[in-house]
Structure formats: structure tokens, C-alpha cells
Design a protein. Structure first.
Length: 179
């Protein structure tokens, strides 16, 4: 458990079928999130998805209140949800243009709130925490995911801390980005 005041996972939107693990979770562990708890059926890395309820094969899976893919097989409550049991609903068209049927929810306020809370908790330990947002959601697989990983990968021999105009900046790079 993360602590008496901190959940182990987060349900971003009330209609979501998945939670986001806020830390590495172990198989058999009770996973607490606001208003409920479930048991993890397998190890689930931090940032990955865990089924909050059973999901039938062929069912659209929602995160952020939006479909992010379709279950390729039955997924039990507490199971790791990832590319082994979730397929994108995007087609193979190379001319794909993101055009949601209605305005996508603005994740900026949530990202800024998370960055603000983290900044307060880490005050004096890090130079700053920043919210980095993008408008295309989290359902990236295939070439789209590979492109995003290349964009986020650090350049060879990249410093993690640099001086610019007398101010320290911290760059944190994550490999194996989970989107």
C-alpha cells in the first residue's frame, strides 16, 4: 500500500474500465483507490493499467472516459491491461487524422494539479515539477507509439541537469514509456 492517505492506483474518470498503477504492484496485493479496492492478479508496473472490473472480449476499454482500444480476450478484474490483451481500434490508414466526435477532455488541468502536488511534496528535493500535456490521448500503439518513444528518448550522453541563464533545469527521461 502506498500509505494511509495515498492510493495505490487512480481511476482517472468515473467511466474508466481501468485504473493507473501509481507504483509497482505485486500479484495478490490489495490495490486501494478512492472508494474501493481490488486484488492485483499479476505484477503491474507503475503507470500501467489494471482492470477495475471484468472486461469481456471484444468490449471497448475506456480510460480518461474515452475508448482506448478493444479487449482481445476476457480480462479479469485486477488483471494487467496492456498490448497482450488490448488492441487499438485505430485502423492501419496512414492518412489518419485525430478527429474526436466531440471535444476531448482537457487533461491539462489534471496534469497541472498533479505537478503542483508533486512540486509541493518534493519542495527542496528537486528544482521543479512541470506538467507536459499533449492532445491525442493515451491510445498509442504500433508506429504511433514507436514515434512517441523516439521523441521522448534522451539524446546520447544527454545531461539530466543543465544550466541556462544561471538557472538549473532538470530533464527526466523515461525509457519504455507507457502510453
Amino acid at each position: 500500500m502506498a500509505g494511509p492517505l495515498l492510493p495505490d492506483a487512480l481511476r482517472v474518470h468515473p467511466q474508466d474500465d481501468v485504473l493507473v498503477a501509481l507504483r509497482d504492484l505485486q500479484a495478490g496485493e490489495i490495490v486501494r483507490f478512492p472508494g474501493a479496492e481490488i486484488i492485483a492478479r499479476a505484477p503491474i508496473p507503475r503507470g500501467h493499467k489494471i482492470a477495475v472490473t471484468a472486461i469481456a472480449a471484444g468490449t471497448l476499454v475506456r480510460k480518461y472516459g474515452w475508448p482506448i482500444g478493444r479487449a482481445t480476450r476476457d480480462i479479469a478484474q485486477g488483471e494487467h491491461v496492456h498490448t497482450h490483451n488490448l488492441a487499438t481500434t485505430l485502423t492501419g490508414h496512414t492518412d489518419y487524422t485525430h478527429a474526436p466526435p466531440m471535444a476531448a477532455p482537457d487533461s491539462g488541468p489534471t496534469a497541472r494539479r498533479i505537478a503542483d502536488v508533486a512540486g509541493e511534496r518534493l519542495r527542496g528535493k528537486v528544482d521543479g515539477v512541470y506538467a507536459l500535456t499533449q492532445p491525442l490521448g493515451c491510445s498509442q500503439l504500433g508506429d504511433d507509439l514507436a514515434h512517441t518513444r523516439r521523441l521522448l528518448a534522451p539524446p546520447p550522453h544527454a545531461p539530466t541537469c543543465a544550466e541556462r541563464n544561471g538557472e538549473r533545469e532538470l530533464a527526466i527521461w523515461k525509457t519504455g514509456v507507457t502510453l
